[in-house]
Design a protein around this ligand. Structure first.
Ligand SMILES: Nc1ncnc2c1ncn2[C@@H]1O[C@H](COP(=O)(O)OP(=O)(O)O)[C@@H](O)[C@H]1O
Ligand SMILES: [Mg+2]
Length: 266
């Protein structure tokens, strides 16, 4: 192997090989492969309906792929059940948020904090620390921007604005002390100021060692964060590389032609 390919000698944390998924007449995912290395933020972009969420669902066991293989930390996790995949340290947020709306925000973390993985790890950063799960839950929420002093962690989830609900989704992932988090459109529905505060939060997670896969519609924010980007179109990978590299490719420009994203980015 040539010296210039030193990066390729590292073991990927997550490896997808030739994943395909058909829904009736629609080939939602066609032979998509991707490697994610420890500490990276990888972006997945593509027009609506290009297969981004299907890819995430196939990686995390929420749908069974028709063909292909997924390896996480060296273990074959292809089509394992989602809770088993989460237990290994691969978690995801949902594009359509799924909080327990009637519970206070911090109580939303109790379920993941009672999971076998959290029991083993002591909860995100709570490892070795004294304190109840409630305390750990509030600590996690505070870490990701719920102001403890103004009692935001104690507010009923249904009363929280979208910005907090998106953070709550992330917090539920963090409670498992995962190795890799997949975010499905974590910026969607956020106001400009909510987006502006989400970017440093993701940067902080990366600095603390988290590996992230971000499916994103908001290119401007994503490109500030992502080390590499994969572009899907009609279920196929059409480009992979740095944000600048992929956006230069004519097939990518064509896929996005006329859409606001390109104008936003340029
Ligand atoms: N459960 C499903 N049943 C049937 N078709 C689906 C299902 N999920 C996704 N699709 C179709 O697969 C394609 C890719 O969808 P999706 O992965 O949600 O795209 P994206 O997240 O990029 O917007 C779309 O044509 C969508 O309508
Ligand atoms: Mg989607």
């Amino acid at each position: 192997m040539s010296a210039g390919r030193a990066q390729d000698t590292r073991e990927p944390m997550l490896k997808a090989e030739n994943l395909s998924k058909r829904f009736g007449g629609i080939l939602a995912l066609s032979q998509v492969s991707l490697e994610v290395f420890p500490g990276e933020i990888i972006g997945i972009i593509g027009p609506n309906g290009s297969g981004k969420t299907t890819f995430v669902n196939a990686l995390t066991g929420f749908i069974k792929s028709d063909t292909g293989k997924v390896t996480f930390k060296g273990q074959d996790i292809t089509n394992l059940e989602p809770h088993k995949i989460a237990d290994l340290g691969l978690t995801r947020t949902f594009q359509v948020m799924r909080p327990y709306y009637t519970l206070p925000a911090f109580k939303n973390l109790i379920v993941p904090l009672f999971s076998p993985r959290a029991r083993r790890t002591g909860g995100w950063r709570g490892g070795g620390k004294m304190g109840s799960r409630d305390t750990v839950a509030v600590d996690i929420l505070e870490e990701i921007g719920f102001e403890r002093d103004s009692y935001v962690p104690y507010k009923v989830a249904s009363s929280l604005p979208t910005g907090y609900l998106k953070r709550l989704e992330l917090a539920r992932c963090l409670a498992l002390r995962p190795d890799l988090i997949i975010c499905d459109e974590v910026f969607s529905g956020l106001s400009m100021s909510e987006m502006a505060s989400m970017v440093p939060l993701i940067e902080k997670l990366q600095m603390e060692g988290m590996t992230l896969l971000m499916v994103e519609h908001r290119l401007r924010e994503l490109f500030r964060l992502a080390n590499r980007v994969m572009v899907l179109n009609f279920g196929c990978k059409i480009a992979e590389g740095s944000a600048e590299e992929v956006m230069e490719q004519s097939e990518v420009k064509e896929a996005y032609f006329g859409s606001e994203e390109v104008y936003e980015y340029v």
